[in-house]
Ligand binder design. Sequence first.
Ligand code: C5P
Length: 405
Amino acid sequence: MTSNLRNKQIIVGVTGGIAAYKSADLIRRLREQGASVRVVMTENAKRFITPLTLQAVSGYPVHDNLFDVAAEAAMGHIELARWADVIIVAPASADFIARLANGMANDLLTTICIASQAPIAIAPAMNQCMWKNSVTQANLQALQSRDIQILGPVAGSQACGEVGPGRMIEPISIAEKMGAYFATGILSGRRVLITAGPTREAIDPVRFISNASSGKMGYALADAAREAGAEVTLISGPVNLAKPYAVTCISVNSAAEMYAAVMQQVQGQDIFFGVAAVADYRCQHIADQKIPKQQAERCLLLERNPDIIAEVARLSQKPYVVGFAAETHDVLIHAKAKLIAKNLDMIIANQVGNGIGFDSDENTVVLIEKEEQHALAKMEKSKLARKIVELVAKKLWSIDNLNCQ
Ligand code: C5P
């Protein structure tokens, strides 16, 4: 089974219909594949399956009320809308479909659907006459024209005793289709090399110089590029993160080791993301024995490390080179200067300090090229990584098209 749902954040909307009992199975299957699920129920859904059941299978309290002050304070509707990587409404009743098609925001679920930028899919379930009714079909067309994906329904015997189209597709098929959302294929056939995390520059056998990079952005990019179909190699400094699935991982400590690994891997790569926070300096001499603290002042003579990304950008057969610039002030000015000085194709600039950037799960960035720049709103690093992959993939396509002309 695909692992594209690992760490994905999915809202399962449940509306009033007998197929609501299958939502519990859907939630279980999504979680089995590593997704984190939050459930949003309409009032009528609660007549068919209890919130307690869906709380038990999702592991979180169910959201059901737009005007519940306590629930809004914990995770408000806008926060939920932003949190979602994808929204699936299963089952979607004829009434819900009509309300969504007409832009209503008269309960929590419709409000979240309208407030979210995440892709939405619905799995309709209703009596076959209701399904065939021209008003339902017109509503479905309106949803499709807004890129809302309709999954099913299938034909068969119905709870009402009739036979025809209107049965919700099976939870296992819905879960598979959810995984496919992230397998965009926009980097299929491409090779992507990524550096991530900090480097450690040894002083003596027990001490080193390093920085606060968590590696989260580089690892998120490795996942996003792999999901987009690329063959990904990740060269990582020491971090506390699980190795990404189906990515070739090379662990290094120092900048010199990272440089050597990059130079060994770079040939034939289409994209290089230099996300690592590489130490600019290393010790001229690494002491064989622990340096007594009284002598430390005299021992720390430093020398420059190679600038890995600049070396990659200097290669005659260079990949598309993307750097990252973490700055505490004058972010755009410093980042643009680095883009030019290191001859990069793109630099992704972000502010660090005040709780955002290095160790946080969210980031606000600006993508800067020589001629243009593109600001992205504050979002989780996993979502940011998918956006960056999408934009870089488009760049590659336009470069390929230019070369073909
Ligand atoms: O450290 P600096 O702000 O110059 O980093 C900007 C970019 O250069 C980042 O993409 C970083 O990974 C890369 N870099 C590098 N080797 C260095 C220093 C920075 O690849 N020695």
